[in-house]
Design a protein around this ligand. Structure first.
Ligand SMILES: [Mg+2]
Length: 228
């Protein structure tokens, strides 16, 4: 049985399959700025990090300031999400079903994302996931937490600690599901256990960042969470 009382899900790459689209757009914007990178490079070096840090890297590489890069990226990203949509990751609805079946023993759950809430709501709403977190038990309890609310982005632990405090849980009773090394680092720094979901990030990178365990699919994660 599940030991943890609160499961904190990362959003991009754990709930919704946004990473291919967002990294494609980011690679295009960085290339347009003068540094030729592809989607694979963006996934390896930029995924899961906050945009201010990425901008600093790109400006340092090019040796010039890029005052419009973040706005250009956001504009193109929202356009592409609105045009193409992003799907729920395979197996996530089944995973949430399995947690629901635990009924009164079901752990609380919430979302902790480095992205703005506007983006999370857009992608989660389009993939049928938003109602699986918000107003599930008829309450107005906050279940979506953005780094923009607290001004601290993963790998800083501030977002996860804020989510745990707001949800009324001790960090040691929280388990985080993350697909990026920045998120794994944040969870460990917050004193939480963390399951790494290896998809675009290699297993070894997640383990090296400190992941308590690593799984390679949401189906494997269902068994893992049930076993605690
Ligand atoms: Mg992620």
């Amino acid at each position: 049985m599940l030991e943890s009382e609160l499961i904190i899900f990362d959003c991009d790459g754990v709930l919704v399959d946004t990473e291919p689209l967002t990294n494609r757009v980011l690679a295009r914007c960085v290339t347009q700025a003068g540094w030729e990178v592809d989607t694979a490079y963006s996934i390896t070096h930029f995924k899961g990090r906050n945009l201010t840090d990425i901008l600093a890297d790109v400006e340092s590489h090019l040796g010039k300031e890029l005052p419009s890069l973040i706005d250009d990226y956001r504009k193109q990203m929202y356009e592409e999400i609105n045009t193409f949509g992003v799907p729920a990751l395979s197996g996530i609805h089944e995973l949430l079903d399995a947690l629901d079946e635990l009924e009164h023993e079901a752990p609380h759950r919430c979302i902790g994302t480095n992205a703005p809430l506007e983006k999370a709501r857009l992608t989660l709403g389009g993939s049928g996931l938003i109602n699986r977190f918000e107003h599930r038990d008829g309450s107005d309890r906050q279940t979506m937490f953005s780094a923009y609310e607290v001004g601290k982005w993963k790998p800083d632990p501030g977002l996860f600690l804020h989510a745990a405090l707001t949800m009324g849980h001790d960090p040691k009773d929280c388990i985080v599901v993350e697909d990026s090394t920045a998120g794994v680092t944040a969870a460990i720094a917050a004193g939480m256990r963390v399951i790494g979901l290896a998809d675009l990030t290699p297993v070894d990178d997640l383990l090296e960042a400190g992941a308590t365990r690593v799984v390679e699919s949401h189906h494997e994660l269902i068994d893992d969470l049930k076993q605690g």
